[in-house]
Each structure stands twice: as C-alpha cells, then as structure tokens.
Design a protein around this ligand. Sequence first.
Ligand code: DGJ
Length: 719
Amino acid sequence: MTEHITINGTSFALNGHNVSYRFHVDEKTGELRSDHFGGLVTGSIPDDPEPIVDGWTGMPDRVRCEFPDQGRGDFRVPAVRITQAEGHTVSAFKYKSHEVVEGKPDLPGLPATFARADDASTLVVHLHDKYSDVAADLSYTIFPKYDAVARSVSITNWGTESITVESLASVSVDFPAEELETIGLRGDWAREAHRQRQKIGYGVQSIGSTTGFSSHLHNPFIALVHPSTTESQGEAWGFSLVYSGSFAINVEKGSQGLTRVSAGFHPNHLSWPLAPGETLTSPESVSVYSSSGAGGMSRALHGLYRKHLIKSKFATEGRPALLNSWEGLYFNIDQERMVKLAEESAGLGVKLLVMDDGWFGERHPRTSDAAGLGDWVPNPDRFPEGLAPLVEKVTSLKIADSSSDEKLRFGIWIEPEMVNPKSALYEEHPEWVLHAGQYPRTEQRNQLVLNLGLPEVQEYIITSISNILESAEITYVKWDHNRGIAELPSPSASHAYLLGAYRVFDALTTQFPDVLWEGCASGGGRYDPGILQYFPQVWISDDSDALERIFIQFGSSLAYPASSMAGHISAVPNHQTGRTTPLAFRAHVAMMCGSFGLELVPAELKEDEKKAIPELNALAEKVNPIVLKGDMWRLSIPEESNWPAALFIHEKQAVLFVFQLAPVVNHALPRVRLQGLDPEGLYRVDGQGPYAGSMLMNLGLQYSFRTDYGSKVVFIEQE
Ligand code: DGJ
C-alpha cells in the first residue's frame, strides 16, 4: 500500500483514488507548508510566487502552513500552543525526519480508525523545536479507497523541565484563496444535528464543546464546500474528529483570503502538563474529499467508519427489532410490568426487550431521577429475586410469527459514569466525583459526574457492570450519559476523564463482544466517531417525533452511517412535540436507522395499529441489511424539499424512502430521480419492470401523496 505515499526529497504526497493531500518542507525555514488537499495532483508542483509583503505583517501570516505554531508572526489560529518552562508561549517546530509505515499504528488509549497493511499506509513526519527540546510527530494515514486522510499529532517533551500544552489541533490545513462555505451540525437536547450552512467570511468561525462531552450543541464535524456545491455535485471536504470530549473546530479566513481549518482539543479543557519524557497524543481527525458533492463526502465517511472504525461485530450485522420501555413506562417498572411488556412485545414480533431506567438502587432506589445512580444492583422492591428470573422469563418467550423457534432477547439501560448524591456510592465515596476543592458541586438532573480519570473509579465501573452482565443473559446494553462536566479539579482532568472512559468502554466491550452496545447521552449528546469505535449504534435523539427525526437523521447522515443510528416508533401524540403522525410514517422514518424499534406500550395501541405492527416489523427486517450495509444517497434533503428522499444501495439490492412532509393541494409532485445505479442495468421496482437504470436516474419515479406525513418504502432489485 505504500505506493499511495510518494516522497520527493521533502515533498510529500498522499494519494487516494480521487484525492491528493500534499505538503512540503520550506527550504528556507524548515517548516511544513500545505500545498494541496483536493482532487488528484500528480508530479511536481511549481513554487508559488513569493507572497507580497507590504505593510506591517510579515511572511508567516501569508503562507499556507501545515503545522502552524505560536508566537513567531503567524497571527492566525495556531495548531499548537505550549507554555514553555521559561513561561512564554513561543514554539518553533522544524522538520527533522520522516518515515513511512504499512497499515496504521494504534493511538495509545484513544479510539482511532484501524487498518491492515493492504488497506492503508502511514507517513510520520518528525518535527523538533530545538530551543525547548520539544518534538511534534505528525501522523498521516491515507485510506485510498475512501479518499480519507487520518491525522493525529504527538507532542513529546525531551527537555529537562515541565511544559504545558495549552492547545493542540489534530489537523490543521490551509486552503488557497477561494470562496468557501461550511456545513455543520448544530442543535440542543432533542434537536440535534440540524444542518447549518454558512459562508466563510473574514475572521474565525468557531464551533465546539466545552461541556466535557462532544455534546448536542455542535457535532465534532465540519464540511467545507464551494458555494455551488450541492448534494451530488461539486467539491466537498469533510473533517471529523474521533473524540467524545470538549473540542474546537476553527475555520479562519485570514486577511489574505486563505482559509485555515483546524480541529482538535478545546483549549479551555486542556492545559496538559508534560514532565520531561512525557507525550501527549491528540485525538485523530479524519479528513475526506469528494468531487461528488456533500453526498460523496458522506459516503466516504460512512464507508470508512463502517469498515475501519466500528470494532463491534454488529457493525454491519442485522439488528433485532426492539422495544424499549422508556417512553411507555418511564420509571414505572417492576417485574410484573416488564413481564407484561415482554409478552406484548413477543406477540408483535419484536425480538429484543430493553428495560430502560428505573431498575436499580437498593439503599436509595431509582424510582425517579433523584436517586440511585451509581448503585448497580437491582431494586429489591421491584425485582425481589434480582434480574435473573425476569430475564429467564423474558428469554423463554417465543416471538410470534417468527419462522424459527426464536426467543425474545433481553437488554438493559445503564449510566455508569454518573452518581446521584442520594446513592450508597456517593455516601461511601464523595471524593470520586469531579469537583474543584471547596466549590459547590453543580448538580444537573440531580446527578454528579464520576471522575473517570481515577483508576479506582474505572475499576468500580468495570466490575459492577461486568457483574450485572454476568448475572443473567443480557445481550444488549444502552449506555447513557446525561449531563456535562461543570467543576473540574484542573482543566486537564477533562481529557484524563476521556482516557479513563475509553479504557472502560474498551475493557467492557472486549469482555462482552456478543453484547450489542448502544451509546446514548440524553439522545445524541455524544454521537461522535470516538463513541462509534466501541458502540456500533447510538440513540441519536430523545426527540422521537418522526417529522423532527427526518431532519435529525438526514443531518446526522452528513457524517455518520445509518448503521450507527437507532430510531423507534413512539406513541402519538408524541411526547416531545404533541404531534400526531400516522403509524406507517413513524415506522418508515425509524427504518432508515440501522437499529429499528418501538418505544411505547403495545396494549395502548389502537386495534388497527396493533394489527399493522407485525407487518411493519417484517418490513423493517427486510430493509435492515440494505440500510446497514448500503451506500446512502440523499436524493433530496428536508431543508430544501417537502419530499425528502433517500436511497440505500447494497450490491444488487436497494431500498428507497420517500416522504411528503406537508400536504400540497392540487399540484403535481416532483419526480424522484435515483442515483448510484448502473445506467445500463435493469431493475425491478417493487416487482414492476424491469426498468433501465438510466430511466430511474434520468427520468425518475413519481409517487402520489394526499396528506401530510406521507411515506413510501420501495424495493429495487437489479436483475
Ligand atoms: C435519557 C435517554 O436519552 C432516554 O432515552 C432515557 O434512557 C433516559 N435518559 C432515562 O433516564
């Protein structure tokens, strides 16, 4: 694979099938200069003319830098800022050497894309600041098939005194002077991943999180596009940070019109001390390029993440249709209610019953959100004999309409990173929570955050959760995380927390590889590539309203594969919005997620709805492998069309989802033009045809909807 990295002296090129990422060492200064990140560029690149240096700023502010440091005349956002032993923040990183390795080395303690020698190759460039004896090692891995470059940086203190890393970007790249726009994903609780497209003007556009988790507010992802780029045409660059903590993404258009993009740690939560000999490694950032619009950029990320990020065996394996107890019962659960819910679920063809919050706590039972977090033992009043008899009962139930003798499976909800002050754990270990000296400990949802930077806290979580999972046949876990970090003993405790959390995730998911792990943080508060390394699916929003979900799911798909999304049919009127939508619409929206399920009490459904569910479950099962493994084509997006549509294509099978959001009275409906098919191939559309791929793509199909919340799921098969 190393043929994808070409080096000419100290000029470096990483070439994918359709991308080149190029930079070189400036002969005069020894610093790295960005040359190109975009479509393939082969051969040599002529030297740029010397920048015109008129007026008061010098050269460093006018050239394209690959690893801009601080304090020597580049006034834009630096990729690194270090407080040196002498107290100043000047650095001077110069090229020292480089090496090429096959495949991809692991990032110590951090989630990262993985590769075999024939999937990827890695270039490591060693930089050194001779004045303070600090090294910066820049690692670039090219995944040619996905036109993706994964980059991370390690800073090592070779000096004799301690230094502090104040800020560190995983990636920093300077684009030439051209008009560009960003597309980001912003939101809040129950309103995650809404697209925001804006022009890049002069100055800094900054998004990020200082919450200690990647957060609902901004996703650790940004796309750069030209003003003319659409879903299917034009150039698009995606930057995705493989990290679940506080982060910063800065897009800066400098005075000369060059655009710098950087993504990495948030400086408010870093100030990482480095004693002599110590190293700090940044999270990994993945940069992809596509000349096929935002859609092509997303497909590159989806493919890479499905194959080279998600470690779970469920990455592309069929997911069971589940029923989660939360919106149906909230905290009102006990043995009897769960058995009843299990029987109703099995009767509808559901394959997995998930017991959400409210099942644990002995001294301080978890009967509301006021108590119990931290005490991972079943509530003796609700489950007098523990979980085992309940699980035995549930897993003995035969699933109705199943062709085999298949039995219902059982899963649970946990939130191990948290503690209620009203818990046995907190009473015994008040020192285990994140706090700052004598300052009051800010509670959110009546809970505090355990300090996962402490090895004893990591061990407590690993042991208590292992005990639960070993106590009964539990095959699914929903891992929740319902608040951000407030007080910290030091800014660096935030990253220490993440390193601890990743250690815990890794230990438990490795110990229980057959468990299907789902990530959650009040919905999509921690939906990021770091989480996906361990948890193949995420509950992406607490908003279960199908109309809102269309925006959230299409938005999330900008960076994340549908295989990583969980979507459920919930009751109407919807608990978050009060909106009533048809059952089929709710089901079809949920089916666009890799994990499909229900979140309601089946006994409360209307008779016709009850009758319809087994059929919808069967449809979901048919759709699921295509959604999990297929390439997603966003044919039209809800921000631009009343008829959002998405097509998933996996080998010879495809499934098309078309929706009508609002009614349009007495007017023709647009045709749905498919993409990604073989123009000369012949396809059956819901059994009709065959039709030529060229017809389906250039003329398209037409569907008719009368009312709002119309939906259609269409099977397409290549002959
Ligand atoms: C927040 C989650 O997003 C919900 O789905 C549910 O699990 C609750 N927490 C339980 O407290």
